[in-house]
Design a protein around this ligand. Sequence first.
Ligand code: FAD
Ligand code: A2P
Length: 272
Amino acid sequence: MDKLAPNAALAVKTLPDAQTVTSVRHWTDRLFSFRVTRPQSLRFRSGEFVMIGLLDDRGKPLLRAYSIASPSWDEELEFYSIKVPDGPLTSRLQHIRPGDEIILRPKPVGTLVLDALLPGRRLWFLATGTGIAPFASLMRDPETYEKFEQVVMMHTCRTVSEMEYGRQLVEGLRDDPLIGEFVGDKLKYYPTTTREDFHQMGRITDNLASGKVFADLGIQPMDREHDRAMVCGSLAFNHDVKAVLEGFGLREGANSEPQEYVVEKAFVGDGI
Ligand code: FAD
Ligand code: A2P
């Protein structure tokens, strides 16, 4: 399988949208992150996604949507990826190494942007699995902390090791020379597992609906006047969390019509 990656990467060099991989980190056997060079002309809003990929066996671009995990001010672009066994793209992409090239279409889009929310006091980032990627971008953007007094990052995975990327990112923020002063003590991190013992457990939907997260963090329950939310997970998660947010009185918005919360799929394919 490994032999496909260098070939695919070499072939990409002939395309105008090729970018060079600068670093790769494997977090588990199912998760990895990597950084690539940033096209000089690429402007994006933190939270947006682009299409990235490799050439397939017939030399055609094989592209998938990926949230940009780095903030809009970063010189490089970071991505956080699943490794789907037999997945057309990720069965190859997981083998990239520094110096390889990938295709990156420089047309960022998406609803998880600060502009799609009405002004508020507190911002909630609600993610499962790789759904944390757009928030890895937004958590590193000074504008997030300029616009909101408090930011709560809820991230839920089945196991503890699946949360390591997010944990290290959040823990590094306060001491980060570039973003640390903006973050201060505004960011509250609430990671939970559902299938392995951890000091905090449970689904995001349950922890919001029961009020457990408010009690644990010592904060007021959500309300429409003060709270704004961004959601990124599986279709089932997005569906269920929307119902919980609506229960607190929040309404779904979009770029064209800002409201109290916005939603994006972390991936397609689990029905509903
Ligand atoms: P695919 O044929 O695309 O997927 C095969 C199956 O694997 C899917 O049916 C689904 O059941 C499962 N799957 C796919 N992606 C995931 C995932 N991320 N987590 C859990 N199960 C999954 N993926 C990322 O890893 N990181 C991202 O930042 C990211 N951002 C996305 C943003 C948007 C708006 C969308 C729509 C998708 C995003 N995805 C992201 C999913 C990504 O587009 C691909 O599906 C993924 O890279 C797998 O590609 P593949 O060709 O190997 O398998
Ligand atoms: P659970 O273990 O209880 O299913 P997955 O790996 O299946 O995408 O799930 C990632 C995380 O999201 C898991 O912790 C899972 O909890 C949780 N999750 C999955 N579906 C939902 C849902 N509909 N509502 C809330 N949490 C969900």
